[in-house]
Ligand binder design. Structure first.
Ligand SMILES: [Zn+2]
Length: 204
């Protein structure tokens, strides 16, 4: 196994409007006692004489990491376990909140897709609109800043009227966004590129 691109440890700050990772250091005895309790939203990683627990909130908007302060995080198996669980929680969060947001925007603009699916798309693809107006959204966009999340969704919704990227598409998207869509696209790409490595690392 090769070194991860980012190490996940209590200094890792993943605080997005739609999803937060919360670190809580606990006593060893509490951590071990918790192992014996039944909890439907708990995942546990056993590490020698201690353990790390993950618990997500019911709506998947928060993921708590319970750990002992002596816990060593420089372990590739533990890293993989953490990353995969963070990814799965973000996916679950996306499946709830992206369709909800799309429906709000549909009502606001009186523009309706046939259906919406949240699924992993090809690298670099954040959304798709098929010729019969089925919209697919990448779960990744749920951790974007809200304005960028909306822009991605509105971009796909604009394809309901224009199935191409010609001038009429950009004019129509500008109406939906309330400002010049081409100018916004430049700022959008810039904003995303800053976090792109982290986003793709988390979601790979
Ligand atoms: Zn497009």
């Amino acid at each position: 196994m090769k070194q991860p691109q980012f190490w996940i440890n209590p200094n890792t700050r993943l605080r997005f409007p739609q999803f937060c990772l919360e670190w809580q250091s606990c006593d060893k005895s509490d951590l071990l006692a918790f192992c014996k309790m039944d909890h439907p939203r708990r995942r546990t990683y056993m590490a020698g004489t201690t353990c790390v627990h993950l618990i997500h909130s019911e709506d998947y908007s928060r993921l708590f990491v319970l750990y002992h302060e002596s816990q060593k995080f420089e372990n590739l198996r533990l890293q993989k376990w953490l990353r995969e669980n963070i990814r799965d929680t973000i996916m679950a969060r996306a499946s709830i909140s992206l369709p909800k947001r799309l429906h709000e925007l549909e009502n606001r603009h009186q523009l309706y897709a046939q259906s919406v699916t949240v699924k992993k798309l090809r690298i670099g693809v954040l959304g798709q609109c098929t010729f019969d107006n089925h919209i697919r959204l990448s779960p990744l966009i749920v951790i974007f800043p809200p304005a960028l999340m909306d822009e991605t969704i509105l971009h796909e919704m604009a394809h309901i009227k224009h199935h191409h990227h010609r001038k009429s598409f950009w004019n129509y998207l500008s109406i939906l966004l309330g400002s010049d869509a081409r100018e916004k696209k430049i700022l959008y790409d810039l904003a995303i590129s800053k976090y792109w490595e982290l986003y793709t690392f988390l979601m790979k």
